[in-house]
Design a protein around this ligand. Structure first.
Ligand SMILES: [Zn+2]
Length: 288
């Protein structure tokens, strides 16, 4: 056997060992991290800072604590434009991001490596291709962006804007919903679903609700969902996810089929969590 063949075999063995051993090691590490409770000071902070954390049943909160520990332990937080990332910032992002995977086994955004946080909105270059192949370059001002499976970018000012607000605005939930969409291999607002039957049900309900929203926005009617959701199916899923967590009772009452589908996907029923999730506000008075 020549040296080249031996090297190839060794490389193959190393890859197989990595594929088999890495998930097992990660699973063991996560089990350990999840077994250590959050400090009381961290829990107090989250109770104050993340309303849903305060409202959820204790059993869910303990599970969320474990996910937060894993998230903070595994992901790198990078402060941009001079921002110093504090523990409170990490907790705030981690707790809201982990809400989306609270009902799912072992999923803690496995491919995600870094969360980049800017003090405020940030500018990214965008390229547009028209039907003639002409490329136009523009700059976009953003509050958040699920850049790729390895990175999510957030504006701290926009995360802060959520605190105490009556509107169902949550940039962390929004961007992490986009992440789940991307993780499923697309950008069409369809995250990974468990079966073909669920896929068919999802497609039927989401397409219908999206079409109804678009029609309502076109005629200038008031809507529960932010009109931005009518941009495309990906934004629709991201905005619906914000409302699912931040205004669960309203979504359940105004759009029961949509709420039911999201509840089935996230395997959570936040509308049943004790307190009123969102007081009625002028923006939410007229559901379409
Ligand atoms: Zn979006």
């Amino acid at each position: 056997m020549n040296l080249g063949v031996i090297l190839v075999l060794l490389a193959a063995a190393a890859i197989i060992a990595w594929v088999v051993v890495h998930p097992a090691m990660r699973s063991r590490r996560r089990t350990h991290q999840r077994s250590i409770p959050l400090d009381e000071a961290d829990r107090m902070y989250l109770r104050r800072r993340v309303p849903l954390y305060h409202r959820m049943p204790e059993q869910q909160r303990k599970r969320l604590d474990g996910l937060v520990r894993v998230f903070i332990g595994e992901k790198e937080f990078v402060g941009c434009r001079g921002l110093r990332v504090t523990r409170h910032m990490r907790l705030t992002v981690a707790a809201q991001a982990c809400l989306l995977v609270l009902g799912r086994d072992e999923h803690v955004y496995d491919e995600l490596r870094s969360i980049l946080i800017y003090p405020g909105q940030f500018v990214v270059p965008e390229q547009w291709h028209d039907e003639h192949g002409v490329v136009t370059e523009e700059e976009q001002v953003l509050s958040g962006q699920a850049w790729d499976l390895g990175r999510i970018i957030l504006s701290w000012e926009d995360i802060e804007a959520r605190a105490g607000g009556a509107e169902a605005y949550n940039v962390v939930i929004h961007e992490f919903a986009h992440y789940l969409d991307h993780e499923a291999g697309g950008t069409d607002g369809t995250p990974a679903l468990r079966s073909k039957a669920e896929h068919a049900r999802w497609a039927g309900i989401f397409q219908h609700e999206f079409d109804v929203l678009r029609a309502a926005v076109d005629r200038g009617a008031a809507t529960l969902l932010d009109p931005y959701a009518a941009e495309d199916e990906a934004e629709f899923f991201a905005v619906c996810s914000e409302v699912f967590f931040e205004a669960a009772e309203l979504l359940r009452d105004c759009h029961p089929a949509l709420y039911g589908q999201l509840s089935s996907y996230y395997r959570l029923d936040p509308a049943s969590w004790k307190e009123q999730l969102l007081a009625a506000s002028p923006n939410t008075s007229g559901a379409y």
